[in-house]
Design a protein around this ligand. Sequence first.
Ligand code: ADE
Length: 227
Amino acid sequence: MRIDVLTLFPEVFAPFLSTSIVGRAVERGLVCIRCVNFRDFAHDAHRSVDDKPYGGGPGMVLMCPPIVEALESLDADGGEGSLRILLTPQGERLSQAMVGEFAKLARIVLICGHYEGFDERIRTVTGAREVSIGDYVLSGGEPAAMVLIDAVVRLVPGVLGDQQSVVEESFAAGTLEYPQYTRPREFRGLQVPDVLLSGDHGRIAAWRREQSVDRTRRRRPDLLGEA
Ligand code: ADE
C-alpha cells in the first residue's frame, strides 16, 4: 500500500513513521509512506500557501494552487485513481468500518490543512472524501492523518503478527473488547477470573462474549444499537 501525505510540516511525521508497528511496516516494505510539502508548489517568492479570506474575517485560508498542483504531481507519478482524503473537522467521522475500507486500497493521499481552513474550491476540484477524527478542532490535520495512518496500516495484511488480534479487538465486531489478564495470577489481592485458568476453551469463549456485550452495554450502548 502507498500513502502520500500533503503537509506543511513533514518533519512531524518522521518519528511516527519510523517507530513501533507503523515503523516496522514501512521497514518491511508492506507500506510506503511519503510526505509532500505543498509549500514547494507555491507560486511566489515568499512561498505563500494561504491568504486572507475574501469578504473579510479572522485568520487565513489555504489557497487552491499549491494543494491542487501537488495532487496533480502525484497523479503524474502513478497516483491517478488514488483516494484523496481531506482531514477536516467538517468531515465524516472516522470509524473502524472506514479504516477497513481504506486498508483495502492500493493508494491513498491524505491532505492536511492548517490555519482557518481550505478555499472551498479545493473540495470541488479535488473530489476528496472529507474525514474528521472527532468533534473537536485541531490546529492542523497532521495528528488526524497520523491517527488514520496508524489505524489503516495495522490492518494491512502481514503488518500484525497475529491476525486474530485484529478480529477480536474493540469495534471489529461492533462491541468493545473483553477484559484481558496476564501474569501474575494475583496482584495486590486482585485475582484473575477462574474461568480463564480453566483450560475450557468453550467456557472461556462464552465468558469473553458475555463480558464484551456487557461492557459495551455499560460503556457504549450506542454501539449495540448500530450492531
Ligand atoms: N483538522 C482539524 N481538526 C480536525 C479533526 N477533528 N479531524 C480531522 N482533521 C482536523
